[in-house]
Design a protein around this ligand. Sequence first.
Ligand code: ADP
Ligand code: MG
Length: 253
Amino acid sequence: MNSAQPIVSIRELTKSFGTHRVLNGIDFDIQPSQVVVVIGPSGSGKSTFLRCCNGLEQPERGTIDICGHCLVDHGTMLKDRALNALRTEVGMVFQSFNLFPHLSVLHNITVGPRMLRGASKADAEAAALALLRKVGLEHKAHAMPASLSGGQKQRVAIARALAMQPCVMLFDEPTSALDPELVGEVLQVMKLLASEGMTMLVVTHEMGFAKEVADVVVMDDGEIVEAGPPAQIFSTPTQPRTRSFLQAVLSRA
Ligand code: ADP
Ligand code: MG
């Protein structure tokens, strides 16, 4: 039993696009320093779930408490400055990196703390260099994003998110756009964060990562159909939908 306050607490989260219900009453908690991997078929609602957690999507029903703030209260979402302030506390890393192409690596990382937190140039740069060291890219501080490999871009994107000192990091298929030989360097950084106690919610098909550091949640058709430690989910899934999904993923591995 973990008696600490959850970092993320979600109740009855429901989201539709038009008449299509994409999230169907999700209940879920993430404890401090917990790493949760979300798996499930394409279209099952994984990205929408993450996007709801940092206010990129407005759910129609449900409650989301995150980082000590009530982002959505029975379907009513924070607005304007309060929403923007909360977003800065929730780090998000996308499949497609989303670096600012016209800014250097260092500038990509310092722009958030300087613009949104009022950090001085010197402080922001010192912090950015420490983060680049952590992700193994200090030597690329003055490079432009276009000159980096996909794995390097994603490590910069992680450093940029960390620069805002988030209370939780959300990753949406962070290695899916990478050539296979570059996946490991990004997973290694994510494992380092996990070992340092970062709370993380990760959508990924990297079952090795899940087995090593995470608890697993299986989504299907907008619902959490199964949740538990990876040993249990992978070896004795209780749901037929989990079994067929795992068979499909593992046969590709
Ligand atoms: P996953 O990440 O598991 O593949 P998504 O959350 O991206 O699933 O999508 C779940 C469902 O919601 C899909 O059927 C998708 O087509 C639909 N969907 C996602 N975003 C939108 C949107 N902005 N407008 C309409 N439908 C959407
Ligand atoms: Mg997705």
